[in-house]
Design a protein around this ligand. Structure first.
Ligand SMILES: Cc1ncc(C[n+]2csc(CCOP(=O)(O)OP(=O)(O)O)c2C)c(N)n1
Ligand SMILES: [Mg+2]
Length: 330
């Protein structure tokens, strides 16, 4: 990876970190309500994989920890933040909130609250691509605990059987809410679990964006080449609690300290500094610019956006043939 690309990735990951930290603050200020799951610590996963893909062309789907994936796909960060604010200018018109980010223009297909729900949806995306005959792929990001859902096994079997163009990415942050992986899962190495479906798989350090990128290039070459699905496990760690309602009291401090030493942003920053391609001052400048962009562009956009109108409450509700439907989507 050349230094220019590394620098751009550093900036994108730092933006993701600051964006999420600002979400935290806005939640504490009660500007954001509902559920909120944040991504700090895991930035190299979404950025490394999607850097190897074709964001906006390939279909991407994930769970509820979804803001950063959407932005990397090309979603406007203002529309993502406005969604959290519940505003009409949000990417789901303020009706979805944090767990339901959606941007069809950039082929970001959500944002799902149901753990394990996206596994079969990704297989469906893969089937649609296959039937249409394009060379897009579907990429499904989910957590480690999601792999204990029945949907994981059903969808992966079907994806393998039909050779669907799906890359399954497991962001293994070692916890499902407050339960450590070895207390919930018989085989903790997630990549080993898919060999029963004949799916090629790999495990990679999810804190090093360049390693993630290299592993994802290999995986995507396989999937785009018409060889069926691939499973990539990334070892990572979230810095905050599972969601805003989690006090994060269950993880050993020593474990947290160890992972903070492997921060994906600091790793890349130091690599660039060592290569003579960045100075500490330039990094600070980058950070200041990002903080200003968030404070001067994104937050005012959200503050000044209108609330959804009560009269339009049912406008985007799927109602089928319900006779009571008043302007719902049929
Ligand atoms: C079907 C379903 N069951 C349970 C839940 C409650 N729940 C929300 S997140 C979560 C843990 C998921 O952990 P993991 O897949 O490792 O993802 P992470 O949060 O670590 O990114 C659970 C059990 C849910 N949202 N959906
Ligand atoms: Mg997890």
């Amino acid at each position: 990876m050349d230094n220019e690309t590394r620098k751009r990735l550093l900036r994108e990951m730092l933006f993701a970190r600051r964006f999420e930290e600002r979400c935290y603050e806005a939640y504490v200020e009660r500007k954001i309500g509902g559920f909120l799951h944040l991504y700090p610590g895991q930035e190299a996963c979404a950025h490394g994989v999607l850097e190897a893909a074709r964001p906006g062309y390939d279909y991407v789907i994930t769970g509820y920890r979804d803001h950063v994936h959407a932005i990397k796909c090309g979603a406007d960060p203002r529309a993502v933040m406005a969604e959290l604010y519940g505003k009409e200018t949000g990417c789901s018109r303020g009706r979805g909130g944090s767990m339901h980010i959606f941007d069809v223009e950039h082929r970001f297909m959500g944002g799902y609250a149901l753990v394990g729900g996206p596994f079969p949806l990704a297989a469906g995306l893969g089937k649609a691509i296959q039937m249409k005959g394009g060379d897009e792929i579907a990429i499904c990001f989910l957590g480690d605990a999601a792999n204990n859902q029945g949907t994981f096994h059903e969808a992966l079997n079907m994806a393998a059987l039909w050779k669907l163009p799906v890359l399954y990415v497991c962001e293994n942050n070692l916890y499902g809410i407050g339960t450590r992986i070895d207390r919930s899962t018989a085989v903790v190495d997630q990549y080993k679990r898919v060999c029963g479906y004949g799916i090629p798989a790999a495990q990679e350090d999810g804190q090093d964006v360049e390693k993630v990128y290299a592993a994802a290039c290999k995986a995507i070459e396989h999937v785009r080449g018409g060889n069926g699905p691939y499973f990539l496990e990334l070892l990572t760690y979230r810095y905050r609690g599972h969601s805003m309602s989690d006090s994060n009291a269950y993880r050993p401090k020593e474990e947290e300290r160890m992972w903070s030493k492997r921060d994906p942003i600091i790793l890349l920053r130091d690599r660039l500094i060592e290569a003579g391609a960045l100075t500490a001052d330039e990094f600070k400048e980058m950070d200041t610019e990002i903080l200003e962009q968030i404070e001067n562009e994104i937050i005012p956009f959200c503050e000044n956006s209108p609330e959804p109108r009560v009269e339009e409450l049912e406008k985007y509700v799927f109602t089928g043939d319900c006779p009571q439907a008043q302007g719902g989507v049929r």
